[in-house]
Design a binder for this molecule. Structure first.
Ligand code: NDP
Length: 234
């Protein structure tokens, strides 16, 4: 089976690993990229998820290239960490705008075709922080918790159309985003895992691939932790 897949933020990190895993499984995979160049061997569309026009143009470009999006992996995300008392409204709003509203815009842009097809798969990349919280990440934690409530509501609104909506909550995964923390913080985060190590992007990709596949046909509204045991799901 070769479906039309769109992965946001698929030019690096977890998104790229997801895109490659789904392409290897035989899907037609497009990725959005905001900066730099698209990855080799994948169809790239430039897109900023904070801009609704850009989102709609990207979804249309994917439709022309490989057909209407049947599987959306909403992965694009940013951090703007600081302690709450020092956090500006701008930093709070920017993180909500990308991580939560970005997913909302993308979902709205692909849902029409999914409803018409009476089939679709939506997977949202949230975070352990959305469940457990983390100091310095009130904006990020709120955005990632918001994704869970959003996905569950989408699951309920569109379930009768055979559209599923699920969430993964990665813990510490080795990417540019996570390796920006200090060595001390990295060691502390590894110490919170049960497996005693950080995860690799491919280990998140494998779970996302499962949620996008036929084997997950009866899974919707679920939140799957991929944390090495640091957070076991709440
Ligand atoms: P990276 O920083 O490596 O990648 C982030 C991706 O998001 C990039 O492709 C980036 O594009 C894209 N992006 C950011 N802002 C926008 C925007 N406005 N419009 C379009 N694309 C955008 O992070 P990760 O791979 O680590 O993270 C991927 C997801 O996983 C994020 O949602 C993150 O919150 C989540 N996550 C990561 C964890 C980790 O430990 N790494 C743990 C838990 C969750 P560009 O390259 O153009 O900037």
């Amino acid at each position: 089976m070769s479906r039309s897949v769109l992965v946001t933020g698929g030019n690096r990190g977890i998104g790229l690993a997801v895109a490659r895993a789904l392409a290897d499984a035989g899907d037609k995979v497009a990725v959005t990229y905001r900066t730099g160049e698209p990855p080799d061997g994948l169809f790239g569309v430039r897109c900023d998820v904070t801009d609704d026009a850009s989102v709609r143009e990207a979804v249309e470009a994917v439709r022309i290239q490989q057909g209407a999006v049947q599987v959306l992996v909403s992965n694009a995300g940013i951090t703007r960490d600081s302690l709450l008392m020092r956090m500006s409204d701008d930093d709070f709003a920017a993180v909500l705008d990308t991580n939560l509203l970005g997913a909302v815009r993308m979902t709205r842009a692909v849902l029409n075709d999914m409803v018409l097809a009476r089939w679709g798969r939506l997977v949202y990349v949230s975070s352990i922080t959305g469940l457990s919280g983390a100091p310095g990440q009130t904006n990020y934690g709120a955005s990632k918790a918001g994704l869970i409530g959003f996905a569950r509501s989408v699951a309920k609104e569109f379930g009768r159309r055979h559209i599923t909506a699920n969430v993964v909550t990665p813990g510490l995964i080795r990417t540019e985003m996570s390796t920006a923390v200090s060595e001390k913080r990295w060691t502390a985060l590894v110490g919170e895992t049960v497996l005693g190590r950080a995860g690799e992007p491919g280990e998140v990709a494998a779970v996302v691939r499962f949620l996008c596949g036929d084997d997950a046909g009866y899974v919707t509204g679920a939140t799957l932790p991929v944390t090495g045991g640091a957070g076991m799901g709440q």
